[in-house]
Design a protein around this ligand. Sequence first.
Ligand code: ATP
Length: 367
Amino acid sequence: MSIESIYVKNFRNLEEQKFNLNPQLNFFIGDNGSGKSSILESVFFIGHGKSFRTTKSDMVCNFDHDEFAVHIKDESNASFGLSKHRSQANFIVKKNGSKLGKLSELANDFAIQIVTPESFKLFFGGAKERRRFLDLGMFHVEHSFGHAWKLFTKIHRQRNAVLKSKLTKEHLDYWTNEFVESSENLSLLREIYCKKLDSELEKWIAILLPEVADRVSLSYYKGWSKNRSLSDTLYEQKEKEYQLGYSQAGAQKFDLKFYVDGKSIELKLSRGQQKLFLVALTFAQMRLIEEVKQVKAILLVDDLGAELDSNSRKKFNTALNKLNCQVVITAIDVGALNPIISENENKKNYTMFHVKHGEILEIKEIG
Ligand SMILES: Nc1ncnc2c1ncn2[C@@H]1O[C@H](COP(=O)(O)OP(=O)(O)OP(=O)(O)O)[C@@H](O)[C@H]1O
């Protein structure tokens, strides 16, 4: 799918704005603090039911107002919208004018991925972001994942509650058996997905980081040692688990690590190369989602110029043309978009906007 039009109201510094997007490339240019990231944040909000900058949804509501809204229309004229008043706990979520029960239901219709200047630091800096990334892909690609994940989360919570309240051995044994079974189930699904991701990643690395192609490897850690069963691991850690009050091993502890020549990415790649690596991974995931869902994913890139030199942006553009999806890119100035603009000049497949103090204006002539 692609987004045809967006309406935002009282979203951060965007008071009331309506604009149409190009089905392919969209560039938002503006000074620091003009509202570029807020535009991406509003699109991300529709696709994920949350912000990529804060866990507190009321933070995105304009300081001077009590209610914010985002509405979009896609290329087939289907409409999706959300709004929230500060005084209410829940969002009003609508699809084609009819109310939906949950914000998360909107996510079924979208596959929106984002790359920000911070994302590669977060991604290579800690397991949390890698877990989030992988599970997001799995949610779209592996049909049984949503159900398996929900079940696991419920069992994990129950087992932790038993550990915390130090209930009887019978209670713990029951929840441990359930926990082991659902951990193994989830882990198997993740392992299958990682293999798919690995083979797709290779293709994008060849375009974006040809200098390390064939030297990249991916390693999936399921959340407990590969040499021992989860039951044995939990049995051995029983005392410690009772002391701490939560499960020490299991599918919640999974991770995905990337290496170049067997050494971690942070040691082998520069910051710009790390960003390209994450772009390659994001494109690989988008392609897998597209194959399964038969929908085009939408890519958001905040501050393209950060960390990427002109040659890297050229490779980024080559990959972008191959991916062929709707893209929304922000930059501080037009120079940061070259050579992407110059290489797409003849195709006229882009729209450029100027963002100033929360106002969005389409630029007709680029001079
Ligand atoms: N809830 C809010 N209400 C009103 N204004 C807000 C709110 N939250 C943030 N802002 C302001 O919105 C402005 C735009 O922020 P945004 O991050 O979108 O800018 P940007 O154009 O991406 O800047 P940069 O290039 O520095 O990343 C900032 O000046 C910020 O102070």
